[in-house]
Design a protein around this ligand. Structure first.
Ligand SMILES: [Zn+2]
Length: 281
């Protein structure tokens, strides 16, 4: 992802005591998220070493992810890359998209425990755990290849040369009712305000889900700067989209983005929140 040149807005405490959205029917009890299993998935990716798009290791990971996702299949992306797509059917009409990227930044020794492995681990564990009876909408799981731009790409060209997998996936999923992107969701002391381009209404529902999960401290009120990320092609298709990304991550694209930078508790806060959000959509 690339930060947009928008100054980080002071956290505007929006919505304190504001009106709630229309009352939903009571959510069915959601399955609890198995954070130990998600942590194992994160470690498995990190143990593989660097996983840049197109590498032998990345291709091996893609095979593994295809086997883990219900209905898992590949979607070709130019340059020999591949998205991994799966789905869990819901009871009613329509679908939502849950996305994450599984490639890592192409830098020597960079293993992307947070940037790459964390979102992928939570997404895959949700796909394995969610029971169709708890879902109103079908959930399409999209694990994107080639989010990172190739090595040496100037930052200013990120939007054209990165986001390769999501640009392929989004047009065919433009009827989605919502898109939820998991990016930096594993760092210790997780704190994710609404990313500047993310849909405000959908974010309110995420915070409601976080409250129900006892994890609202991980999703504080306020709005941060926008980022170019895999939700962008979905926004361009008119799909309400949110990006769960912790901006205050000191190891962004640095080799210290390893197991010492992430925690199982953060995966749990994200998983418990999103499993409830998906059940409410
Ligand atoms: Zn990155």
């Amino acid at each position: 992802m690339r930060r947009l040149a928008i100054p980080l807005l002071a956290l505007a405490l929006a919505g304190c005591g504001g009106a709630q959205g229309p009352a939903d029917e009571p959510a069915e009890p959601a399955d609890r998220f198995d954070s130990a299993a998600a942590w194992k998935l994160l470690r498995e990716q990190v143990d593989m070493g660097p996983r840049p798009a197109g590498s032998e290791t990345s291709r091996r990971l893609a095979e593994r992810l295809r086997g883990l996702l219900p209905g898992g299949r590949f979607q070709a992306v130019p340059g020999g890359l591949r998205n991994v797509i799966g789905r869990v059917p819901g009871r009613g009409d329509g679908f939502v998209v849950l996305g994450a990227h599984y490639d890592t930044k192409d830098e020597p020794g960079f293993v992307g425990a947070n940037d790459g492995a964390s979102g992928t681990a939570v997404a895959v564990q949700l796909a394995r755990e969610i029971r169709p009876r708890t879902l109103r909408r079908t959930v399409v799981f999209a694990l994107f290849d080639g989010e990172e731009s190739p090595r040496g790409t100037p930052d200013s060209q990120f939007a054209e040369r990165g986001l390769r997998g999501s640009r392929v996936a989004a047009p065919g999923l433009s009827d989605a009712r919502a898109m939820i992107l998991l990016d930096f969701v594993g760092d210790r002391d997780l704190s994710i305000p609404r990313e500047g381009l993310s849909d405000a209404g959908l974010w309110r529902r995420l915070r409601d889900a976080a409250s129900a999960a006892g994890a609202v401290e991980a999703f504080p009120p306020g709005v941060a700067g926008g980022v170019q990320d895999d939700h962008l092609p979905f926004l361009e298709e008119g799909v309400p989209s949110i990006d769960l990304i912790d901006f205050t991550f000191p190891c962004w694209h640095r080799r210290c983005d390893d197991l010492s930078a992430v925690s199982e508790r953060s995966l749990d806060q994200t998983g418990e929140t999103v499993i409830r959000l998906l059940a409410s959509l």
